[in-house]
Design a protein around this ligand. Sequence first.
Ligand code: ARG
Length: 260
Amino acid sequence: MKVVRAVLAGVCVALAATGVQARPWADIQKSGTLIAATGGDLKPFNYFEGKKLTGFEIELAEAIAQKMGLKVEWKVLSFDSLLAGLQRDRWDMAVSSHGITEERAKVVDFSNPHYCGGAVIVSKDGKVQKVAELAGKTVAVQTGTTYLARLNDLKKSGEVDIDSVKNFPLDRDARAATLSNRADVWVTDKFVAMEAIRLLPQSGLKMGEILFPEHMGAAIGKGNQGLLDAFNKALAEVMADGTYEKLSKKYFDQDIRCTD
Ligand code: ARG
């Protein structure tokens, strides 16, 4: 008995050490379903229309999956938990406007970019326009984002003396804080800001300077090469056959694929 237990313990340790948790491509294919996680809070990329999850990334991922011969089963969780869950093999991928960063690429793999956007300063009546003007201001931003990391860096390095950086699990709550004057500035993606400004014309929300540009990609379990290759191939197909352009124009009136 003792020996069996010791062997079992050894197996568990080996599995954990090599990280062989991700569902390999062959298993995903066999199941017919790609399990994808998203935040569901980032209009027009991933959001709810009533009870229906929709948006540019949702429709795009479903079109890509279709090329892969798969359906998508969506899991909706707070943005902050998506990459951690991916690392624990709770889903096959995360599609939620993740900026491709070196830091994240240490723990997950990224697909080729599915769009290019950028962090932007948004304020009521455009009272804050430039990065330097964040000095003395309260900034609202979503938890777990590249925006939060950059704002904290600006503050900690002393480059800009931001009064306070408040973070919210949902991007729309960071927006709400700005709308209700609990924060002076909301930092989000420029396409999210453009949509909010279009939908809330009375709010006075205006975009200022771009903080930094970003390439967004789907996150896939580290080393899950079969899935990564199949996804990239299908992404290239939807980009070539007009599907991508059609979806992008539907949501943004323009093609938002990366050009660099
Ligand atoms: N692009 C930013 C990042 O990578 C924000 C993503 C927010 N996504 C979301 N679904 N709320 O951190």
